[in-house]
Structure formats: C-alpha cells, structure tokens
Design a binder for this molecule. Structure first.
Ligand code: FES
Length: 169
C-alpha cells in the first residue's frame, strides 16, 4: 500500500472512530432525554396525585365575642392579620396589614403603628400619620349561635359599610 492509501485508510479509520463516538453521544443524549422526560412525567403525576396545597382561611373564629375588652385587641394580629376593636357593645375587625407596604402592624400603647416606616392608624382604621395614605380596611363581622365573633376576611370593606360592626347582646 502506498503512503497515500495508508493516509486515506488512516483518515477513514479516524472518521469511523468519530462516527462511533458521535453515535455513542447521540445514544447517551437520547437516553438522557428519555430519563428527563420520564422524571417530568413522574413529577406531573405526583403533583396531580398530591392533595391540594392548604389555602389560607378567609374566616376567623375569634372566640367569645363578649370576652373582648374595650379598645383594640392584637390577639389575632400576628397569625390572622386582624385587629378586633371593641367600643362599648360594638365590635369590629380591621386589617393588621399596613396600607403603605404591607408590613404587619403592631399595637403600642393602645395605638396601631407600623414598625417599618412609622404610619399610625386610629381604632376605626383611619390613617392618622403617613407615609401610608389609605385607611385600614374593615372586615365583615358577625356573632354565631355560640356567641363567637366571626370575621369574614374575604371582602375588604370601608368603615361604615354594612356588616363592619356587630353589637353584643
Ligand atoms: S409599611 Fe407601614 S409605613 Fe411603610
């Protein structure tokens, strides 16, 4: 065989080796794709089989309505973001989320304050000091057959709207 033929054979040998490698890579890529596809299918199935993610309850049973003392209660502020307000025999519920940038409001010295930027709100939800500009929303309240205060957080209401106060008997 001539040098040229050897070179040609050698080149062909390298091409064959390259082709074999390419086929191996292709095969591995197909297997990897199939494995990923199977995993994705399994993830989809497991998501479909799993129970629905818990959703935040929109109704708060605040317990014995008559037990609330005069003024603002922060008993449910942290967990349910609700302030319960008692004025005489009338109860109402306010959002405990600041209308400025949605920080959790705190009760300090009987006044509703925002620890983030200093906004203040009256016990009727009125914004008395900024930077917040909007008043706190009210929630619908009712008293059930057991005498418990029920706060319906599904609707944001304004002070004076129907259902924002309930009277103790
Ligand atoms: S988040 Fe309450 S004042 Fe800014």
């Amino acid at each position: 065989m001539s040098d040229r033929a050897d070179a040609s054979e050698s080149t062909n040998g390298n091409e064959a080796a390259d082709l074999t490698l390419s086929r191996r890579r292709f095969g591995l890529a197909v297997l990897a794709g199939a494995a990923l596809s199977a995993m994705a299918g399994e993830l989809t199935l497991s998501r479909a089989d799993s129970p629905a993610a818990p959703t935040e309850s929109t109704t708060l049973d605040a317990g014995d309505a008559a037990a609330f003392a005069e003024g603002v209660s922060d008993k449910f502020a942290k967990d349910a973001r609700v302030f319960v307000v008692r004025k005489g025999k009338t109860l109402s519920a306010l959002s405990a989320t600041c209308t400025h940038k949605k920080n959790l409001l705190k009760l300090k010295d009987g006044q509703i304050r925002c620890p983030a930027h200093g906004s203040r709100f009256e016990s009727d939800g009125k914004c008395s000091s900024g930077p917040a500009k909007e008043d706190l929303p009210h929630y619908a309240v009712s008293i059930d057959a057991k005498g418990h205060l029920i706060v319906d957080k599904s609707k944001l209401l304004k002070a004076g709207d129907a259902g924002t106060t309930v009277d103790l008997k």
